[in-house]
Write a protein that binds this ligand. Sequence first.
Ligand SMILES: Cc1cc2nc3c(=O)[nH]c(=O)nc-3n(C[C@H](O)[C@H](O)[C@H](O)COP(=O)(O)OP(=O)(O)OC[C@H]3O[C@@H](n4cnc5c(N)ncnc54)[C@H](O)[C@@H]3O)c2cc1C
Length: 427
Amino acid sequence: MNRLSHVHVVGAGLAGLAAATALAARGLRVTVYEAGPAAGGRARSYLDRELGVVIDNGNHLLLSGNRAAMAYLARIGARDPLVGPKQPIFPFVELPSGRRWTVAPNTGRIPWWVLVPSRRVPGARLSEYLALRRLIHARPGDTVAALLAAGELARRLLEPLAIAALNTMPEGADATLLGAVVAQTLAAGGAACRPLVAREGLSESFVHPARDFLVSHRGELRTGARLTSLETASGRVTALRFAGGDIALAPDEAVVLAVPAAVAPTLLPGIIAPDAFEAIVNLHYRVTAQLPGDAGFIGIIGGTAEWLFARPHALSVTISAANRVVDRDAEYLARTVWSEIAAAAGLSAAMPAWRVVKERRATFAATAAQNARRPGPRTLLANLVLAGDWTATGLPATIEGAIRSGDRAAAFLLDPDAAPQTGPNPA
Ligand SMILES: Cc1cc2nc3c(=O)[nH]c(=O)nc-3n(C[C@H](O)[C@H](O)[C@H](O)COP(=O)(O)OP(=O)(O)OC[C@H]3O[C@@H](n4cnc5c(N)ncnc54)[C@H](O)[C@@H]3O)c2cc1C
């Protein structure tokens, strides 16, 4: 497959865009097909007509140690796409007590910050930090809850970070996935832990520059193009079926299937993919305000809301692992969370205009059982590879994982022998 003339990428989320831009950068002709009206998938911005402002479907936090994401942004030429504090700082507020603190890892690899009271988690014993080492060496079947020692470090830092990174409650969450995140970030030193968010919005940073990059590299992005089935013969994809007609594939053409986990089995019957999901609920309030702590966000302990972000035109809140709240009435959620925000941010104003965005299948549930259902890029069809945050990246479902999966799919098509083979499950 290494003399490809044309690659068809199905799905314009970040996995598909990463694969498409990596292939286009190597001179291949690429066409991307996206079912929705715009690219970006689960990481996109849009104009909320009622609020009258552009919002992200959900707040997305990255860390400076997310190497695949940083390389992707450099590749697509995104200009100054991310914003965050210059130092790795994580301000928190505990709602019941009103106590505030900032976790501030030092930038080097030797973690002397855990010895400095003003940089560490209040009330945490030094021995509790050994949980980080246990996580990095977690074995399949270990849950996050089992490896966190009960104490203030878990309650005031590691559990909120785990819920944000894995979108799954610690009791059921696979510790190997959190260990992989810790190894890339906290254990790599504070320089890998700077918190970053899209400067204006996800689409402006991650999606529009990728679209422009594709167009300037002989590529094409077709929106409103939903793949309905694959035609196959002799172990290869021979045509892509869309409502608007078929696209026949020549022998030197290939496909990257970068659709979500719930869609892939409908197109590739028999494939084993994650089939249990967790919601994320985001609440956006049309008010601009500075947050205490100078990071642009605050972690909230002891509330319904978990992370509060100051965005250019709104205060936005994330509730992860949200199957527990997703069916609650939107107005009830908005009022409950606003009272928490007012306390966290020191605001006394009445609740401004709001929007609740419920993503019911935000990510696969990061349990050991679901992790075991993640396939590698290779399939039984010689000219079709998989990409997506749900494939076996070794990471939870994140931007970093999605981009890594797209890069890997591209590498596999460019050189099947050199590309890493992961995942138990060739479809
Ligand atoms: C609310 C929310 C908050 C999040 N917060 C964070 C965070 O803070 N940090 C972080 O790193 N990650 C976060 N994530 C996870 C991150 O958004 C995802 O891991 C990533 O965007 C997934 O990208 P993907 O390309 O794998 O999948 P998707 O984005 O789902 O892309 C798949 C694309 O395929 C398209 N498609 C589906 N069916 C078809 C078809 N038949 N034909 C053509 N196209 C099709 C879809 O429309 C979609 O555009 C969050 C996710 C959500 C939902």
